[in-house]
Design a protein around this ligand. Structure first.
Ligand code: ATP
Ligand code: MG
Length: 416
C-alpha cells in the first residue's frame, strides 16, 4: 500500500470473508424470525433532523451529549446520522400516520453512528437489528417482543446468553425512585466518579449503570425500584414475567438494570452472556448483545399523542462474534476453462447451471495453466473442466473422487 492511499475512518470496519458470512447469517436469521412473529419490514433514513434524537433520547444521555455525528448540511439544516433506530421510527410513525395500523410491529436493520472510543465490539459505524411494537399498552406486547429475541438467539445457536429483566415502573414510581436515588448518592457524592457526580441531579438512574469501581461499591445498597412501585406497575411487571414463563423464556431479575435513555418506562431488559461462558469470553467487557424496553413517554417528547410502545435492538457485530465460525458457502459447480477457445461454451454452461439453480463459478481469467490449480482449491461439489474432447467435458465429483466425461448438454440435467 502506498503512503498516499487513503485510510479507512477510525471506528469503521471493512467486513470480509468468514466475518461477513457470520454477519449475513445474523441478518438472514433475523429476517426469518421476524416473519415468524409477523413483524413488518421498514426501511428508515440514515439522516434525521438533529432534534429528532435530541428531543426523544434526551440531552443528558451519552448518546446525545457526546456521541452523535451531527452537522449542518448544505441547506443549513442541522442533521444527524442516526445513532439508534427508535427515535426515527417514532418520528416516522407520527409523520406518516402509522397510527392507522396500530398496534404496528416493525423490524429493520442497518448502520448506526456513534462517536465512541473504538475497541473490540465497539465501533463508530456499527450495525443493529431492531424490532418495535408501537401503539400497544399491554404487557403481552413486551412478552411477544422478548420471546422473539429469545428465539432469535436460539436460532443463531447462542445458548449461553440470558435475559436480564427489570421494571422501571410507571412515571410516578420512576420519579419517586429517582428522588430516593438522588438522596442516597448525594450522601456519598465526593466518592463517586466525576461522570456520576455530574449525573447525580440530571440522570441519577444512570449511576446504577456505571462500570466505574468508585461507583460500583455503592450500588448493592442503593434503593431498589420495588419499594416505589405502584400497584399498577407491579401488576404490569407480573403479567410480563408470567407471560415469559408461559412462553418458555428464561429470565433473571436485575434490580440495577436501567436503560441509558430517558424515555423508558416499565420493562427494561438486556441479554447478557452468562458469567464464565464462551460468549462472555468472546465479548470481553462489551457484554450486552441485545437491549431494550418500553418507551411509553417517547411520542409525547416529539409532540405526538400518548403512544405506548416497546422495542429492542441488538448489535449485529456482537451477535456475529458469538455465532459459530461460518465459512463461505460451497459452490455446486466450478467450471474451469483451460483453453480460451471454448470460452463461449463455458459461458453458456455456467449460465445454464445458474438458471437451473446451481451455485456456480467460472474460472476463465488469469494464466490458463494456473486456473485448474486455483479452481481445485475452491470448496465445490463438482469441478467441470474444459476443453471439450470427443467424450465431452471432464467432471470430477467431490467426495467419491469419481471422474467422468459428459456431453455439455447432459450436465445440467443431473439432480441437485
Ligand atoms: P453499551 O452499554 O455497550 O454502550 P448501549 O446501551 O449504548 O450499549 P444500545 O443503545 O442499547 O446500547 O444498543 C443496543 C445494542 O447495540 C448493544 O447491546 C450492542 O450490542 C450494540 N451497540 C451499541 N453501541 C455499539 C457500538 N458502538 N459498537 C457496536 N455495537 C454497539
Ligand atoms: Mg453506549
Amino acid at each position: 500500500m502506498s503512503k498516499n492511499t487513503p485510510k479507512a475512518i477510525r471506528g469503521t470496519q471493512d467486513i470480509f470473508g468468514a466475518d461477513a458470512e457470520a454477519f449475513a447469517f445474523v441478518v438472514e436469521t433475523f429476517e426469518r424470525v421476524r416473519k415468524l412473529y409477523r413483524f413488518r419490514r421498514v426501511e428508515m433514513p440514515v439522516l434525521e433532523m438533529t432534534e429528532v434524537f435530541a428531543r426523544s433520547i434526551g440531552e443528558t444521555t451519552d448518546v446525545v451529549g457526546k456521541e452523535m455525528y451531527s452537522f449542518e448540511d448544505r441547506g443549513r439544516d442541522n442533521v444527524t446520522m442516526r445513532p439508534e433506530f427508535t427515535a426515527g421510527i417514532a418520528r416516522a410513525y407520527l409523520t406518516n400516520g402509522w397510527m392507522q395500523f396500530a398496534p404496528v410491529r416493525v423490524a429493520t436493520h442497518g448502520p448506526l453512528f456513534r462517536f465512541e472510543r473504538p475497541q473490540k465490539g465497539r465501533y463508530r459505524q456499527f450495525h443493529q437489528i431492531d424490532a418495535e411494537i408501537i401503539g400497544a399498552a399491554e404487557p403481552q406486547a413486551d412478552v411477544e417482543l422478548l420471546a422473539m429475541a429469545d428465539q432469535l438467539l436460539k436460532e443463531l445457536g447462542i445458548e449461553d446468553v440470558t435475559l436480564h429483566l427489570n421494571t422501571l415502573g410507571d412515571a410516578d414510581s420512576r420519579d419517586r425512585w429517582r428522588a430516593a436515588l438522588i438522596d442516597y448518592f448525594r450522601a456519598v457524592e465526593g466518592q463517586l466518579s466525576e461522570d456520576s457526580q455530574e449525573r447525580l441531579e440530571k440522570n441519577p438512574l444512570r449511576i446504577l449503570d456505571s462500570k466505574d469501581r468508585r461507583d460500583q461499591q455503592f450500588l448493592a445498597d442503593a434503593p431498589k425500584i420495588d419499594q416505589f412501585l405502584s400497584d399498577d406497575a407491579k401488576a404490569f411487571f407480573k403479567a410480563v414475567t408470567d407471560g415469559l414463563d408461559a412462553a418458555g423464556v428464561k429470565w433473571v431479575r436485575a434490580e440495577n438494570l436501567v436503560r441509558g435513555l430517558d424515555y423508558y418506562r416499565h420493562t427494561a431488559f438486556e441479554f447478557i452472556p452468562d458469567a464464565g461462558s464462551a460468549s462472555a469470553d468472546a465479548l470481553g467487557s462489551q457484554s450486552t448483545v441485545l437491549g431494550g424496553g418500553r418507551y411509553d413517554g417517547l411520542m409525547e417528547s416529539l409532540d405526538g399523542p400518548v403512544t405506548p410502545a416497546v422495542g429492542w435492538a441488538a448489535g449485529i457485530e456482537r451477535l456475529a462474534m458469538l455465532v459459530e465460525q461460518r465459512s463461505e458457502p460451497m459452490a455446486d459447480a466450478v467450471v474451469v476453462l483451460e483453453n480460451n477457445e471454448h470460452m463461449m461454451q463455458a459461458v453458456q454452461l455456467v449460465a445454464r447451471l445458474r438458471n437451473a439453480g446451481f451455485k456456480s463459478e467460472l474460472f476463465a481469467s488469469g494464466s490458463p495453466r494456473k486456473r485448474f490449480d486455483k479452481a481445485k482449491k475452491l470448496p465445490s461439489h463438482a469441478l467441470v473442466t474444459f476443453p471439450v474432447t470427443d467424450a465431452g467435458v471432464t467432471v470430477r465429483v467431490l467426495g467419491d473422487g469419481g471422474e467422468t466425461h459428459t456431453a455439455v448438454e447432459q450436465l445440467v440435467l443431473v439432480d441437485h
